[in-house]
Ligand binder design. Structure first.
Ligand code: ADP
Length: 261
């Protein structure tokens, strides 16, 4: 709480009283802490790949370049780490774009089945690499008021995570239906699951249950924060249920075009 007090004096110099202004700054302090944490996180996330790129390129310049086998190995690391930097910068720019005041979705009537098919197509290569199969159950006529590209982005992110945090050769199931004026779309995996105490923080920027696993899968730690913000912009909701060692279900609700469906 910040308190400001000032005496009130009449034009004749007489004492009239005191004006006291009390301002609740709890929220301001919280926001300032969030901002500082974010800057610290970004710096840390950027520093890790940069340190690696610098280190390996210096070793190459110091002579390792003359051993072709080592050179290829180091160049592969440099290539992978610059890809990580690129993904992080793209996610940061996208997050800042969609969080900016005045950002508007391009809302049209969008067919959910078509969106889910697009998302699945984009992730199908990764699924095949891991021997995973995806089952899609969605009525052909389900239509939502949405920004089509952003809706595809939401489900690409969720399916990429379902693939990254599952064991090879397991299944992913996407189920969509109309429910209470909304399209209810669930992405279910049989993966590593998420401990219950972590669920409430999952949509925070850079929050990860297992940092090493996220890095290995090429994650930036921003995917779910972007997904949550996009779902909010659509006037929808997102929730997650999970059992450690058994799998997770992420459920998105987006307003239907014709809510009576
Ligand atoms: P990342 O780039 O690390 O995947 P996200 O914001 O997409 O970042 O997800 C945040 C964290 O939530 C992940 O690091 C992971 O720990 C956890 N997570 C997300 N999706 C799943 C899932 N389907 N199964 C298990 N854990 C998940």
């Amino acid at each position: 709480m910040a308190v400001y007090a000032a005496p009130v004096i009449s034009s004749h110099g007489g004492w009239l009283g005191i004006v006291v202004v009390m301002h609740d700054i709890t929220e301001l302090i919280r926001l300032e802490r969030v901002r500082k944490d974010f800057v610290a996180n970004v710096s840390h996330e950027l520093r890790t790949p940069v340190t690696s790129i610098k280190g390996f390129s210096e070793t190459l310049l110091d002579g390792a370049v003359h051993d072709p086998k080592t050179a290829v190995q180091f160049l592969e690391i440099i290539h992978r780490e610059s890809g990580r930097l690129e993904a992080l910068i793209e996610d940061l720019l996208d997050l800042s774009r969609i969080e900016k005041e005045g950002f508007r979705l391009e809302l049209t009537d969008v067919n959910v089945h078509g969106v889910l098919q697009q998302a699945v197509r984009i992730v199908s290569g990764r699924m095949k690499e891991r021997g995973m199969q995806l089952f899609l159950h969605c009525p052909e006529n389900l239509e939502v008021k949405a920004d089509e590209n952003r809706l595809v982005q939401i489900f690409v992110n969720l399916v990429v995570n379902a693939v990254a945090y599952s064991k090879p050769d397991t299944d992913i199931r996407i189920t969509a239906e109309a429910s209470g004026g909304m399209a209810r779309i669930s992405v279910e995996d049989h993966g590593i699951g998420i401990p219950e105490q972590e669920l409430s923080r999952l949509f925070e920027r850079f929050y990860r249950v297992d940092r090493a696993r996220s890095r290995d899968s090429g994650g930036t730690g921003l995917g779910l924060a972007i997904v949550k913000h996009l779902v909010d912009l659509h006037g929808g909701t997102i929730g997650v249920e999970s059992r450690l060692g058994e799998g997770s279900v992420f459920t998105v609700r987006i307003p239907l075009v014709r809510p009576m469906e």
